[in-house]
Ligand binder design. Structure first.
Ligand code: FAD
Ligand code: NAI
Length: 475
């Protein structure tokens, strides 16, 4: 006898588990199926984000930043540390504890919201009267029937063609978060978000880090001025970033990995490293979903085809998060999950893709929302720009971290904020004010007239808004 649900969510990452919670809050009988296993074979909901993405990477970034501070910056504060050591195994164990706390938190939320959780792989069996039959293959086999299906099956790391991840020498994000001892030399392919975050972790701990990037421009999607500053700072920190390379043969053996490549000048080069992280983007994951059993349409990238409201080509089948178009970000997946649950309930769930914030958790952090200067120029939009350096911010000086700036871009006529770009301390937190402002269609002057606490980094945001009208007070 099959178990019947109003809503079945396949995938328990940020898109899926949040969709399940919202559906349950709205009064639907809800099931969530997730196949992720912890090292004991038990359930580990939370998806890529919790297990091998956002959360563990931020745990390692925090540990390595503490080490960097103790190693290079405590002395400025009069603190001396003798015999500073890094216990990499302990750092990894702490990261694993943080991950487990998050897995357990999600299992608790399932219980609290009376969501039926199934540990195993969910796949489409067939369309049935009033819904879809979903098979669960796990410790036990189950057959569920749902009126509405939300697919949130996420994404997988993309390997280089012909170079499989062995997670020992050639690492995806999974292996990259489990490196057990400090590599002397670490190579990364791709200077995107993972390349920079993971490269920073191991550079701080003392590895010699080289990043090989295929494109001739660094952080092409980021405001040019911010990208330029970031390149300057990261290079000074010791990250070696080579742009415009073409990666050739990769040989992996007992002694490590050898990467043949051609540099931007067309010269043949070899990079020998102990470990190689390949971070060249991710591909949508529909493995094992049996999409064809019900005729679910995929696009040319293998993503599930959806409209702006996350509707697939099948009635009452929805898809959210990394498995559909749009930025592969946890908060974007969550917003889509909530909006879909609300649409199922006949409400008007909405995701504003124009105000999704982006953050790179390096040091300094980089964050932005809205359009950058090159996009506005390409669109022929008349705009005004204003920026303010953290060097002139009292709190940043007290923190001892004055790198970077806040930059506002506003419409030349109406002063509406079109984009905000930050490189500097706590940029991940500071960007929220800009997101709120843009959601409310604020002008730069609105921010400039709001009282900001002193001394705080957020005063740099206010000053950058004032700079749009060329009237900064402290610079
Ligand atoms: P996922 O999190 O991938 O979850 C999908 C889940 O579905 C998985 O648990 C999977 O096992 C399960 N599943 C798949 N198929 C089936 C099936 N057939 N049956 C049952 N279960 C199935 N984003 C940010 O916003 N901020 C960050 O700081 C950040 N850092 C990141 C760092 C790294 C190293 C990586 C790799 C990614 C990072 N991301 C970050 C991206 C973020 O992790 C993803 O955007 C997010 O996890 C997508 O959520 P999702 O729910 O769509 O998919
Ligand atoms: P990415 O898309 O950020 O960067 C990939 C980089 O690899 C690009 O610069 C690209 O030009 C380069 N590249 C592609 N093919 C190449 C090749 N053959 N040779 C050399 N370079 C090549 O992807 P990344 O870093 O793998 O991250 C995957 C996803 O995870 C991203 O979409 C991101 O949204 C998400 N993520 C988000 C984080 C955050 O929000 N802080 C942190 C980490 C990941």
């Amino acid at each position: 006898m099959s178990k019947q649900f109003d809503v079945i969510v396949i995938g328990g990452g940020p898109g899926g588990y949040v969709a399940a919670i919202r559906a349950a809050q709205l009064g639907f009988s809800t099931a969530c199926i997730d196949e992720w296993k912890n090292d004991k074979g038990g359930p580990a909901p939370g998806g890529t984000c919790t297990n091998v993405g956002c959360i563990p990477s931020k745990a390692l970034l925090q540990s390595s930043e503490h080490f960097e501070q103790a190693n290079h910056h405590f002395a400025e504060h009069g603190i001396s540390v003798k015999d500073l050591k890094m216990d990499v195994a302990k750092m990894i164990a702490r990261k694993d504890t943080v991950v487990k706390q998050n897995n357990d938190g999600i299992l608790y939320l399932f219980k609290k919201n009376k969501i039926s959780f199934f540990h195993g792989r969910g796949s489409f069996a067939k369309a049935v009267e009033g819904g879809y039959e979903i098979k669960v293959a796990g410790a036990s086999e189950e057959v569920l029937v749902g009126k509405h299906i939300i697919i949130a099956t996420g994404s997988n790391a993309r390997p280089l063609p012909g170079v499989a991840f062995d997670e020992e020498n050639i690492l995806s994000n999974d292996g990259a978060l489990r490196i057990g001892a400090l590599p002397k030399k670490l190579g990364l392919i791709g200077s995107g978000v993972i390349g920079l975050e993971m490269g920073s972790v191991w550079r701080r701990l003392g590895a010699e880090v080289t990043i090989l990037e295929g494109l001739p421009t660094f952080l092409g999607g980021v405001d040019e001025q911010v990208a330029k500053e970031a390149m300057k700072v990261f290079t000074k920190q010791g990250l070696k970033i080579e742009l415009g390379v073409q990666v050739g043969e990769i040989k992996s053996g007992k002694k490590g990995v050898s990467v043949a490549y051609t540099n931007a000048k067309g010269e043949a080069q070899t990079l020998d490293v102990d470990k190689l992280i390949v971070s060249i983007g991710r591909t949508p994951n529909t493995n094992g979903l049996e999409a064809q059993a019900v005729g679910l349409a995929l696009d040319e990238r293998g993503a599930i085809q959806v409209d702006g409201d996350c509707r697939t080509n099948l009635p009452n089948v929805w898809a959210v998060g990394d498995v559909v178009r749009g930025p592969m970000l946890a908060h974007k997946a969550e917003e889509e999950g909530v909006a879909v649950a609300e649409r199922i309930a006949g409400q008007h769930g909405h995701v504003n893709f124009d105000t999704v914030p982006f953050v790179i958790y390096t040091s300094p952090e980089i964050s932005w929302v809205g359009q950058n200067e090159q996009q506005l120029k390409a669109a022929g939009r008349a705009y005004k720009a204003g920026s303010f350096p953290f060097l002139a911010n009292g709190r940043a000086r007290a923190l001892g971290d004055t790198t970077g700036f806040v930059k506002f871009l506003a419409d030349a006529t109406t002063d509406e904020i079109l984009g905000v770009h930050i490189i500097g301390p706590q940029a991940s937190e500071l960007i929220s004010e800009a997101v709120v402002a843009m959601e409310f269609k604020a002008s730069a002057e609105d921010i400039a007239r709001i009282c900001h606490a002193h001394p705080s980094l957020s005063e740099a945001t206010k000053e950058a808004a004032l700079a749009v009208d060329k009237r900064t007070l402290n610079f």
